[in-house]
Write a protein that binds this ligand. Sequence first.
Ligand SMILES: *Cc1c(COP(=O)(O)O)cnc(C)c1O
Length: 418
Amino acid sequence: MSLRQRAKELDAADPLAHLRTQFAIPAGKVYLDGNSLGPLAHPVRERMQQVLAEQWGEDLIESWNKHSWIDLPQRSAARLAHLLGTQADQVLCCDSISVNLFKVLTSALELQHRTEPTRNVVLSTQDNFPTDLYMVQGVSEFLGQHACQLQLVEEEQLLASLSEEIAVVLVTEVNFRSGRRLDIEKLCQHAHQLGILVIVDLAHSAGSVAVELERWQVDFAVGCTYKYLNGGPGAPAFLYCAKRHLEQNLKQPLQGWMGHAEPFAFTPDYVPAEGIQRFLSGTPSILAMTAVDAALDLFAGVDMQQLHQKALAVADFFAEALENSRWATEFTRLTPTQHSERGSQLSYSHPHAYAICQALIARGVIADFRAPSYLRLGFTPLYLGFEDIVNAFEALDQVLSNAEHLDPKWQKLQGKVT
Ligand SMILES: *Cc1c(COP(=O)(O)O)cnc(C)c1O
């Protein structure tokens, strides 16, 4: 049976296939970059238009109450909670990952310093997403090394590097470059035995893998909504704090009026709101969060195990096509093969990765490049089917057969690579 015929059969048997009609994927394109920026969904466009016209446009400031804008961060959080294996009272939708990381990191350090002021190490991985490391460096420069000291190890060394000097371990569950997934439950077990708090970055997990924050006993987490959750460019991120910590009169330094117990009392002294609400700082972006909220509707009723299984199947379908082709030896696969050890992307190293990526984009296959030499493909099964993969693979085959990637115009990195 041909690859395309097999793909057609797999698509016909796919219980999630109907979801793709919800998305505005431009005709003729195969979108393999949903792990960087999710596409626009039709219900998101409709809700945005409605909020602009009927709420902001007509009801103006009354909308804060009339349309419950004031509760939107918590309402969006409730939808997120179901994707993260937790409850709404432990999740908040706000700010960016970077800012949320600042809040939970300083919170976690303060919590540790109450009983052990000398625990100062924040352990992370060499290959963590840079903004995560920059935030730790910033906190460290600001509070001093005695309060916060960053230590970096390879992912493989994480468990062996845990010790009683470590206050916090900060990891990204699914590595943005390699697509490797860490065993967070095991990490939490080992860390907690040594009194270490665990912060997990879920940027490449939320909406991609079945996250189980409570079952894994994660202490704090952050994540974004513009990748797998399709909330739109720069959409507000989220943060998670376990209830057991919230109940300890937790502090965070970005004390804004929206995190105050009574924001509209306008009193000069800060009194934190009860629970997770205290992690809010300033006024939420209602328009941006409207898009997130509408995009999360698409996950209602979707089983995350099933969704991830499909992502793995689609990715395997691509990998198999590549591995059975005459191009197999040119690519070095970075992503583990074991299903339990990966998220929903595949990364390959190739000396011409950048040029291949550009040539693919010219053919309507939107892939992604990561320095220095990685071709990164996101398999986002809400809107990708098996036949898309055949189209993507055929485009790759054409690019390489015609040596399109050797065109001089793609030999130099151009513009901003995002
Ligand atoms: C995309 C991504 C971020 C982005 O952080 P922002 O502050 O939301 O821009 C952070 N961490 C990881 C692991 C990411 O993949």
